[in-house]
Write a protein of this length. Structure first.
Ligand SMILES: Cc1ncc(COP(=O)(O)O)c(C=O)c1O
Ligand SMILES: Cc1ncc(COP(=O)(O)O)c(C=O)c1O
Lengths: 416, 144, 416, 144
């Protein structure tokens, strides 16, 4: 384990913890700039999962033998770690899910389906990830509710000018990204929470990017639900979490039925277990939760203030260096303190996929495409963007490599 | 250098100045192609004069490879009989799948399309080059 | 890798592949007799997942760089492996899910919610796991459909006497366990498939126990959907599969919305990707799918005929030895060829939890409780049973240890 | 041997012949207890004579530990004042939580309940022993 707290200058030491960062891609040392899509995993996380399978694997709960008890303790222990990481008041405010998408769907089906009717409204923004759009479209089909949107302004911030007009008794749910995976924009959660309160609407925050990249105190945020996932914060695939206010969880119906989530099952009627188990039907992602716990331990050892500080540093540097490249356009706020470390850009008429291929040959992994934000692509009037995104192990050298490769792209595309 | 091979001038030229661009008001056949993995789009209209492609128009959005491939394809098949189109299609698929250092490409037959052979070395991008052809396939199958 | 096919006598060699089987519980060598709850994992599965994270981790699909391509190939490669394992005609007949429970819920919400109405009927049996009961209760609430049940007969087989009466135009769905996790009973899938055909109902098989324990050819089974999970067949937690007939998948709506499952997303309307991706919203359990692929490779190397043969052998032996213990009652078919390797029993008035505690002290892990089958417990008129369950690595020595410990339980409870 | 300590004769006796078994027609307080992890159930009725437990009846299903604990508890609290019940409850909880080799159990005060001290060595089963007490707690809290 690393010793908390690390000195700022020592973050580069972390790289040794990530086996994949020692590998090559296309014969070049891997420069991984796609952490917004999924993060790489430190050995501490891999070892925690491996140890679970080698020493403690059994199905959780209900097991009357020592191994099952140990498995249950590691699983529930992980819940406690995640709860403490987000400063929850109790472990029961954390429901383990399959990931961010699954967490949002759980609220859509578990709360939305039961509280929305004809003419009710759900307010989103045009920068939302598909995960915070499509579930609500599905719920609208079932309930007759309708979607309304807040636009993005010229500075790539959520435009709140029209908010007042949209806040009335029809408004039941506000869905907002805590941090955009395309623009980096930090969502105006506080303002929306206040607006929601005035009409008794609930606020669900898509925390997929927010939780991994900044210190969070979820109860203090004021929202009702926050969805996030492990694989974007050094943890494994296959597990995520839904944080919720206890009173909202009480109002929510289980979205899935099965074992573990019941109190009693009759042939025609059943009753539910207490929160959070009520929402965890079936064998949960046990090893994955254990890995999630190890990931938040790792992040806590660094310190989330330090994580955020490093992100601001590296993003500032990247924005600066990218500005040197002619014909390069960045989509997102210019102030590094108002944004996360996902930097979207285009280069003249070079299609982002061509850019990605060119960078790939240099060992540099960036994402190119619509980033699961097609509505936003239409707002930006581009079919796709290229996106570099950073995390705790990212270095200025890696930014430099990105920038040189962009110059090479200019040459290849004959941009003078 | 392989990237230079991929992004040859002729490809960039077709990308920047696509031939047979646009749509037809009364096409005899039409198809939309879409690569769900990268989002590239191709929309294709055809008219026929008997067995012959009398006009072809393409509009689309996407990377240099898919758009250049579409433009080159339109150039090549315009005026061809259906059999000739099928033959060219077969040759193109062959070119995209053969091992490097394998059979030589017949540049005389393939024309500009031969420039796409560099794509083979970038397996992720082969689907980009293929997209216009699978879309053409669909349009032709509508007709028969 | 082990070399296929193993000789029958060599199955015990497999034990070296399972690190946890070399450990102790309460100071005694672990005797793991709870494979029906979850199986232990061979190193081959753990290594495949570890290697994925160390060499190939990236988000799948859409990635234009080599690492993302490699991750996609491993993920889709795993889909191909699972498809071949169940003899599917194409990889697109396999949807990766969170597990069996999730697979059944997907059909309930994706097919049931859209095809059922007031007065329609869903036919289940009283031996179903909660995972194949509760989702249908939830769908009945939403649609006004009703549940009807086939009972269990005195030989612990599904009683088909009343079937004809229940097969009419109201019948829309039949849900049947392919193999009971409590009784071991093999469900009468073929009979129910025929009954369903006559009235155009669909059949969904809960394959949680069936798929891991017997050779399966899912298309030949005749059912419309089969749900199963990795963690009960040597694979990791967090992933499962839903096999479906292509035409049924086409009739099915996505149960969850988000990234990866879309063709296009507008502000108010979206269109779906092709099957199977249409049903895989969000970042999938990538490493877990890779582990699932390694698990079916491992099972295929043994050969599923051999797995089944071993299960019949060890179950015969267990039934024989258990019959020697006075006051011990087994719940389940007596013919080992008509059942799987989950053996439920009670011993006089010793409560199953007390039994489990006593066995636990001897290093023997068995399950005690309702096994997520409360309706069946009512049928059997017991609050709980003890259950020993076997898998490829189980030995007759382990059965012997179980039987001695049961004698010890007799002594402790003063049974003469 | 610790299993022998857990399954002492007095425990099996209470398990097999539970005292104060049954229910009351007009209870002053009632509560149902349930251990979701293992399914054990306790149903508890109480009547009071002023501050004193005049009758207590328990029915339930479950393991020897939960059912014996219920029977022993019923025996003990029957006839006690509320304060005495609270005191016994505190002592019982203490007994279940103290380290082995810690404070001695006062067998005179605890009576048969002292037999449950062996449960401490089986952490999974402590909840079984606790179930009747948490159910009693709930019934008493209804009253006040
Ligand atoms: C017959 C049966 N069905 C369904 C399930 C549910 O599986 P899971 O908990 O992995 O979703 C199980 C296992 O618990 C089972 O044995
Ligand atoms: C802002 C945002 N929301 C939601 C998601 C969906 O997360 P997942 O795919 O892990 O469910 C992502 C990541 O893809 C994201 O960046």
């Amino acid at each position: 384990m690393i010793d908390p707290p690390l000195e700022r200058v020592d973050l580069s030491r972390l790289r040794d913890d990530f086996p994949i960062l020692q590998t090559e891609m296309n014969g070049r040392p891997l420069v991984y700039l796609d952490s917004a899509a999924t993060t790489q995993k430190p050995v501490q996380v891999l070892d925690a999962m491996d140890a679970y399978y080698r020493e403690a694997n059994a199905n959780v709960h209900r097991g009357a033998y020592a191994l099952a008890q140990e498995a249950t303790e590691r699983y529930e222990g992980a819940r406690g770690k995640v709860a403490r990481f987000v400063n929850a008041d109790s472990s029961s405010e954390i429901v383990f899910t399959r990931g961010t998408t699954s967490s949002i769907n759980m609220v859509a089906y578990g709360w939305g389906l039961h509280h929305l009717g004809e003419g009710d409204r759900i307010l989103l923004t045009t920068m939302e990830h598909h995960a915070n759009v499509v579930p609500w479209q599905l719920i609208c089909r079932h309930t007759g509710a309708e979607l309304v949107y807040l636009p993005i302004d010229a500075d790539y911030m959520v435009d709140l000018a029209g908010l007042d007009e949209l806040v009335d008794s029809r408004l039941k749910i506000i869905g907002i990204s805590g941090m955009s995976n395309v623009l980096g924009t930090i969502g105006p959660v506080a303002v929306l929470v206040e607006a929601a309160r005035s009409v008794d609407a609930i606020v669900i925050v898509d925390g997929a990017q927010m939780v991994p990249h900044s210190p969070v105190d979820l109860p203090a945020l004021g929202a009702d639900f926050v969805a996030f996932g492990a694989h974007k914060m050094l943890g494994p695939t296959g597990v995520g979490a839904l944080w919720g206010r206890p009173e909202r969880f009480e109002e929510m119906e289980p979205a899935e039925g099965g074992g573990e989530m019941i109190r009693d099952v009759g042939l025609h009627e059943s009753s539910w277990a207490d929160v959070p188990h009520k929402f965890e039907a079936g064998t949960p992602p046990i090893a994955e939760a254990v890995g999630f716990g190890a990931a938040v331990d790792y992040l806590s050892a660094i310190g989330m203030d330090e994580v955020r500080r490093h992100e601001i540093d590296i993003t500032s540097y990247a924005l600066q260096r990218l500005a040197e490249v002619p014909d390069l356009k960045v989509y997102g706020p210019v102030d590094p303190a108002a944004r996360g470390g996902a930097v979207s850009f285009t280069l003249a008429d070079v299609h982002p996929h061509d850019l990605a291929t060119i960078l790939d040959q240099e060992g540099i992994a960036i994402r190119a495409g619509h980033h699961c934000a097609k509505p936003l692509m239409r707002v930006l009037d581009v079919p796709a963007t290229a996106r570099a995104s950073f995390y705790v192990h990212s270095t200025t050298d890696e930014v430099d490599a990105l920038v040189s490769a962009l110059w090479e792209a200019r040459r290849l595309f004959g941009l003078a | 250098m392989s990237l230079d091979q991929l992004y040859r001038e002729v490809i960039l030229d077709h990308y920047r100045s696509p031939r047979h661009s646009g749509s037809l008001e009364h096409p005899d056949a039409h198809a939309d192609g879409h690569n769900p993995l990268c989002g590239d789009e191709i929309s294709l209209d055809l008219t026929f004069d008997g067995d012959r492609v009398s006009d072809i128009r393409i509009s689309g959005r996407g990377c240099s490879i898919s758009q250049a491939s579409a433009s080159m394809m339109a150039n090549a098949v315009s005026g061809m009989t259906l059999d000739e189109v099928r033959d060219l299609e077969r040759r193109f698929k062959e070119m995209m799948s053969i091992e490097e250092g394998g059979e030589e490409i017949d540049v005389k037959v393939m024309g500009d399309l031969a420039a796409l052979q560099g794509v083979r070395r970038f397996p992720v991008r082969i689907k980009c080059a293929d997209l216009p052809w699978t879309t053409l396939d669909e349009a032709l199958s509508q007709r028969s």
